[in-house]
Design a protein around this ligand. Structure first.
Ligand SMILES: [Cu+2]
Length: 180
């Protein structure tokens, strides 16, 4: 009836708007016309490929994101970090919520030691000394913010900490064991 790429414009005394038809043999969107009540009913219809992706992406329970990714909630506040003690190796999203009242950052270091070296200032972890084993950083985030840090973690022992002046020593660190 209509060739590929063609639109049909059909004035109607009731609907008074156009019907736009995407070629049916390609991925695309079908636009349904304005209703008789003047409310635009624009229905987006993902065709086969998109629909399958939506279905696959929609499964998974609490604690898991899309296939192969584990979401871990990390709660930060003055001066504490609460997070699960264990997570399975692989793609991990650390979802950091800052309950404030200060800004907090989040650093992830892989180390067998439970304590990290302190700088000569006496207030902060010596990041240069642990740089080679650092796996990720979220810069200081505002109170009330939620931010994601995406990592690929191998099995081992990790320390999550905040390195704003005095925060590590104040208690903002926790251990995370990544299992096979
Ligand atoms: Cu902090």
């Amino acid at each position: 009836m209509f060739g590929p790429g063609q639109h049909r414009r059909r004035p109607s005394p009731i609907w008074g708007t156009a019907i736009k038809v995407w070629p049916e043999n390609t991925d695309g969107w079908r636009v349904i016309p304005r209703s008789p009540f003047g409310v635009r009913r624009t229905t987006l219809v993902p065709l086969a490929g998109g629909l399958v992706a939506l279905l696959l992406g929609g499964c998974g329970g609490a604690g898991s994101g899309s296939a192969g990714n584990t979401v871990v909630d990390v709660q930060e506040r003055d001066f504490r970090i609460a997070a699960p003690e264990r997570v399975a190796a692989g793609n991990v999203t650390l979802r950091a919520h800052n309950s404030g009242p200060d800004q907090h950052e989040l650093l992830v270091v892989r180390t067998e030691s439970k304590s990290l070296p302190i700088r000569s200032d006496g207030f902060t972890v010596n990041e240069e000394a642990v740089q080679h084993s650092e796996r990720g950083v979220l810069e200081p985030g505002e109170s009330g913010s939620t931010r994601d840090l995406q990592l690929h973690l191998a099995p081992g022992h990790y320390v999550l900490f905040c390195n704003m002046a005095g925060h590590y020593l104040g208690g903002m660190h926790t251990n995370l064991v990544v299992t096979q």
